[in-house]
Write a protein that binds this ligand. Structure first.
Ligand code: AMP
Ligand code: TRP
Length: 324
């Protein structure tokens, strides 16, 4: 079984990404034939800085390797290094109804957000994504909820191709991130995200002093009891969720252990635990930062392996379409 997912080259990961999605990816690489692709061609559909792109790609690769992707167990590569992605996207574009692309939620949202940048690439974004997935005869695509619509469209494209030209593709399924949702530390009713204020998220490679400061100043409530109650006590509940994830203890057990203790004590304990938990991530991250030649070699090797699979799909598709 092949697993494929795309990673936007946007650099730093936070603990929400890790507990919400990354952790499953790391488990998947032990079970399946996994390909993880840094999707630079998707990144250029919204405003970006060309001079920063290479740096962002490398930083993203380093972040994922430090978080636990293992180049011996999965294929990690950059999308634009395998030109078959563009080739298949063009071919699939010819059987994708314009109306399907115009109704995609992400297209509508992004066209509103970047009205000056409304380009055909943004509209065709899901076709390139379908190409990414279908090139590798993928069966499972681990993604967040917001990408499910794109996977559905990918399935329709595969089905239409198979019906029109004969069987060439497997129909992939979305594998929804099943991890815990982590909320922002300073606005605990909102999801932790890197686009919010820096006080709200904890980077996976963040320095201990910053981790402690952010946890100690996390927004709570005016009460005193340490109890999991996301409706009335979103801040404390979120801290308990994080506590439970890093300690491996059930929230019920934590409530008992922390009974009668103040919020300050809870935060102090959690900060120390989190600093320890993230210590191997920080160490690996620093190590990879000094081994950039090696990281580039991993990406090159990944592209070579991906290309082999991609080329055989392209051959099949072109033959069926009468292009070969
Ligand atoms: P994003 O960086 O928002 O594109 O998210 C990448 C992946 O991380 C998606 O699969 C999300 O579901 C997951 N993710 C992002 N933020 C959080 C969060 N605060 N809690 C849990 N999962 C998250
Ligand atoms: N569109 C995805 C996102 O915004 C990234 C992506 C590109 C992707 N190609 C993919 C995800 C293929 C899964 C499979 O997050």
């Amino acid at each position: 079984m092949n697993v494929f997912s795309g990673i936007r080259p946007s650099g730093d990961l936070h603990i929400g990404n890790y507990f919400g999605a990354m952790r499953q990816w790391i488990e998947l690489q032990n079970k399946y034939n996994c390909l993880f692709c840094i999707v630079d061609l998707h990144a250029i559909t919204t405003p970006y800085e060309p001079k920063d792109l290479q740096k962002n790609i490398l930083e993203t690769a380093i972040a994922y390797l430090a978080a636990g992707l293992d180049p011996e167990k999965c294929v990690l590569f950059v999308q634009s290094d395998v030109k078959e992605h563009c080739e298949l996207a063009w071919l699939l574009g010819t059987i994708t109804p314009l109306g399907d692309l115009k109704r995609m939620t992400q297209f509508k949202e992004k066209s509103k957000k970047y009205p000056q940048y409304l380009n055909a690439g943004l509209l065709n974004y899901p076709v390139l994504m379908a190409a990414d997935i279908l090139l590798y005869q993928t069966t499972l695509v681990p993604v967040g909820k917001d990408q499910v619509q794109h996977i559905e469209l990918t399935r329709e494209i595969a089905r239409r191709f198979n019906k029109t030209f004969g069987n060439a593709f497997k129909e992939p399924k979305a594998l929804l991130s099943q991890g815990q949702k982590i909320m922002s530390l300073d606005e605990p009713r909102k999801k932790m995200s890197k686009t919010g204020s820096p006080k709200g998220y904890i980077g996976l490679f963040e320095e201990p002093s910053k981790i402690r400061k952010k946890i100690m100043s996390a927004v709570t409530d005016s009460g005193k009891t340490i109890k999991y109650d996301p409706k009335r006590k979103p801040g404390i509940s979120n801290l308990l969720v994080i506590y439970s994830l890093v300690s491996g203890k059930d929230i019920k057990v934590l409530e008992r252990e922390l009974k009668g203790k103040g919020y300050r004590q809870l935060k102090k304990n959690l900060a120390s635990l989190l600093i320890d938990f993230l210590s191997p991530f920080r160490r690996k991250h620093k190590e990879f930062l000094t081994r950039q030649v090696y990281v580039k070699e991993i990406l090159k090797r990944g592209a070579r392996r991906a290309r082999l699979q991609a080329q055989s799909t392209i051959k099949r598709v072109k033959t069926k379409m009468g292009l070969m």
